[in-house]
Design a protein around this ligand. Structure first.
Ligand SMILES: *[C@@H]1O[C@H](CO)[C@@H](O)[C@H](O)[C@H]1NC(C)=O
Ligand SMILES: *[C@@H]1O[C@H](CO)[C@@H](O)[C@H](O)[C@H]1NC(C)=O
Ligand SMILES: *[C@@H]1O[C@H](CO)[C@@H](O)[C@H](O)[C@H]1NC(C)=O
Ligand SMILES: *[C@@H]1O[C@H](CO)[C@@H](O)[C@H](O)[C@H]1NC(C)=O
Length: 517
C-alpha cells in the first residue's frame, strides 16, 4: 500500500467539497491515517518512498489551493514530476489490496466443509477442504447433510438425477420450499438442490468427459437400417412411441433393440458398438424436461451417430455444434424429422458434415458445458457451501468495514474486482480503470492475472487429449459469482460494456467467475 494513495484519495474525494479550516483538519487526519498504514504495513513500502515523504510541518502549512492541485505541484511528495497513470494505478492497487482485504475466521484447509453422507466419492483434490463422512464426532458440527436433517445450521441437501416430471419435488423452486418424506410433504425446503437442472444450485448432469468418450473416432456405417432405438420403458407419458411408429410409416427404417416395438433379436449387445453402425440414433427420453439429457443422447455422441431427440426442449444447448442434432418437439414435427433424415441419407456430403465436429472438435459452448462436470458434484457442493459461508461472514464484516473497493488518484479511479475460475474456490484480485470499463479490458485483465500465476484450467486433466489445447488461456464467459449454470452459460448478463459498467459501478467489490475454454 502507499501512503500517497490514502492521502490523495481522501483529499480528492472529500476535501474538495469542504471549506477553509476543515481542509486543514482533514489533511491532518489523512496524514495520521497514512501514518497508521505505514506502521501496520511498512513491509510494503520501499525505503525510497519513505525518504520522499514530506515532513509533518509541510502538511500543516498546506493551503486549500494545494489540495485542489495534482501531485505534480506537490514538491514535497514526489521527486518524479510525472504522475503517470501507471504509478497512480500501482498506488491505488497497493492501497486497495490492504483496505479491501478481509480476515476470514475459517480456514477451510484446516476446517474443511463437512457433509454428512455415506458416500465419499469425488472430494479428494477438491479446490476447497471438503469431507464427506457417514458420521461426525460430537465436536464437529456438519455444514450440510443429505436429506432432511433437523439440526439447526446444517444445510439440507437434495441430490437426485430423476426427472421432475416424475418426481415433482425435484423441481428446483419446489424443492427450495418443500421436502417430501415418504408421502408427506413438509414445509421445510432444501437449502441446496442438486438435480439435472442447470438452474439448480449444484447441477448433477449425466455427462462428463470421463464417463463418455465423446471424441471416440467415427466408424463405418455398416447397417442397412437408417436408425437404431433402445427404448425399454413402454409406458412413458410422452409421445415417443407414437413418434417411433410414425417415423417408420414415413419410410424411416429403424432397428429397435429395446423392449418396446422390438424388431431386432441379437441377444445382449454393446449399445455404443451397435449404434456406431447406424446413421441415426433415436434418443427418445422418457421425460421432456429442460436440461434432462441422459445417456441415450451422450452415447449417440460417443458412437458418432446423429441423435434424433425427443426430450429436453433446450437440447440444442447440448449439441456439439450447430446442425448436429435433430429435435422433434411434438407429433407434428415428426414428418419434418423424417424429411431431414431422408435428405441426409441421400447426400453423404451433407451427412458427413453433421459429424464433422468429431474431427474438428466441438464448439466452445459445448466444451464449456461438459467441462462443468470435470469437477465432481460432491466437490462442487463443498465449494458452494464454503462460498456461502464466506459470503455470510463477509456481509457481517462489511457492516463495520464498509469496503468500497474503489480508489481515486489524480482524478483517475480504479475498481477492485474479484474473479475465480468456475469450480475453484479462491478468488484473484483484478483492477479496472473507471474510464475503461470495457469487456475487452476485463478479459485482458483476467488473462493477465491468471497468466501471472501460470494458471492451469481446472478441466485440463479431464478433457480428452485432442481437446486439451495449448497453454494459452481463452475466456469463454464471465458472469457474476452465484449465478446458476443456466444463467452463466445461456443468459446474457455480462455481455456488453454497458452491462459491465452498470455492474461494476453498482456492486462494490464485484465478484465474478470465469470459464476458460
Ligand atoms: C486475522 O484474524 C486472526 C484470528 O481470527 C488474528 O489472529 C489475526 O491477527 C488477524 N489478522 C489481521 C491482519 O487482522
Ligand atoms: C449434396 O449436397 C451438396 C451441398 O448442398 C451439393 O453440393 C451436392 O451436389 C449434393 N450431392 C448430391 C449427390 O446430391
Ligand atoms: C463420408 O465419411 C466417410 C467416413 O466417415 C467416408 O468413407 C466417405 O467417403 C465420406 N463421404 C463423402 C461424400 O465425403
Ligand atoms: C482500454 O483497455 C484496453 C484493453 O486493455 C486497451 O487496449 C485500451 O487501450 C484501453 N483504453 C484506454 C482509453 O485506456
Amino acid at each position: 500500500m502507499s501512503s500517497a494513495g490514502s492521502r490523495l484519495s481522501v483529499s480528492n474525494g472529500v476535501a474538495r467539497r469542504m471549506l477553509g479550516k476543515w481542509i486543514m483538519w482533514l489533511a491532518l487526519f489523512a496524514f495520521l491515517l497514512e501514518l497508521a498504514f505505514l506502521v501496520r504495513f511498512n513491509r510494503h513500502i520501499g525505503p525510497s518512498f519513505l525518504s520522499s515523504l514530506p515532513s509533518m510541518s509541510q502538511y500543516l502549512s498546506l493551503s486549500p489551493s494545494y489540495l485542489k492541485q495534482t501531485s505534480q505541484e506537490d514538491g514535497g511528495l514526489n521527486d518524479d514530476k510525472v504522475a503517470t497513470i501507471s504509478s497512480s494505478r500501482q498506488r491505488c492497487i497497493n492501497l486497495m489490496e490492504q483496505q479491501d482485504a478481509l480476515n476470514y475466521s475459517r480456514d477451510f484447509s484446516k476446517q474443511p466443509v463437512v457433509v454428512l453422507f455415506h458416500e465419499t466419492q469425488g472430494v479428494d483434490k477438491c479446490a476447497v477442504g471438503c469431507t464427506f463422512s457417514p458420521m461426525v464426532s460430537h465436536e464437529v458440527k456438519p455444514d450440510a447433510a443429505f436429506g432432511i436433517h433437523e439440526q439447526p445450521g446444517v444445510a439440507r441437501v437434495l441430490r437426485s438425477m430423476e426427472s421432475a416430471v416424475y418426481y415433482g419435488v425435484n423441481d428446483v423452486a419446489t424443492a427450495h420450499r418443500f421436502a417430501k418424506i415418504t408421502i408427506i410433504y413438509i414445509l421445510m425446503g432444501y437449502n441446496v438442490v442438486m438435480t439435472t437442472s442447470l438452474s439448480s444450485d449444484v447441477p448433477v448432469g449425466y455427462f462428463s468427459w470421463a464417463e463418455y468418450d465423446i471424441m471416440a473416432p467415427l466408424e463405418k456405417k455398416t447397417e442397412k437400417s437408417m436408425a437404431a432405438a433402445f427404448i425399454s420403458n413402454c409406458g412413458a407419458n410422452n409421445f415417443r412411441l407414437d413418434a417411433l411408429v410414425e417415423l417408420q410409416n414415413l419410410g424411416i427404417t429403424v432397428d429397435s433393440y429395446g423392449s418396446c416395438h422390438r424388431n431386432v433379436h441379437r441377444g445382449s449387445v454393446n449399445k455404443i458398438k451397435a449404434l456406431q453402425g447406424y446413421k441415426f440414433s433415436l434418443a427418445f427420453e422418457n421425460s421432456i424436461e429442460e436440461d434432462y439429457v441422459t445417456e441415450k443422447y451422450w452415447q449417440s455422441l460417443v458412437a458418432g451417430t446423429v441423435p434424433v431427440v425427443i426430450g429436453a426442449p433446450n437440447i440444442q444447448d447440448f449439441a456439439p455444434a450447430s446442425n448436429t442434432v435433430i429435435h422433434i418437439k411434438n407429433m407434428e414435427e415428426v414428418k419434418f424429422a423424417a424429411t431431414e433424415m431422408k435428405y441426409l441419407v441421400s447426400n453423404e456430403t451433407v451427412y458427413n458434415e453433421t459429424l464433422r465436429w468429431k474431427v474438428v472438435g466441438p464448439s466452445d459452448a459445448f466444451k464449456a458445458l461438459v467441462d462443468m462436470s470435470a469437477v465432481h458434484s460432491s466437490c462442487r457442493l463443498c465449494i458452494h457451501l464454503a462460498t456461502k459461508i464466506r459470503l455470510q461472514e463477509e456481509a457481517l464484516l462489511d457492516l463495520s468495514k464498509k469496503r468500497s473497493c474503489r480508489c481515486t488518484e489524480n482524478s483517475e479511479s480504479w475498481f477492485h474486482l474479484y474473479v475465480r475460475e468456475r469450480n475453484r474456490f479462491e478468488m484473484e484480485s483484478l483492477y479496472l480503470r473507471s474510464n475503461n470499463l470495457t469487456m475487452r479490458a476485463l478479459q485482458e485483465a483476467i488473462i493477465e492475472t491468471f497468466n501471472s500465476k501460470t494458471h492451469v484450467p481446472i478441466w485440463k486433466s479431464e478433457r480428452p487429449t485432442v481437446l486439451k489445447g495449448d497453454n494459452s488461456l481463452k475466456v469463454y464467459k464471465v458472469y457474476p459469482m452465484g449465478s446458476t449454470q443456466h444463467d452463466a452459460l445461456y443468459t446474457r448478463q455480462l455481455d456488453t460494456d454497458e452491462d459491465l459498467k452498470n455492474m461494476v459501478e453498482n456492486t462494490p467489490c464485484l465478484k465474478l467467475e470465469v470459464i476458460f475454454v
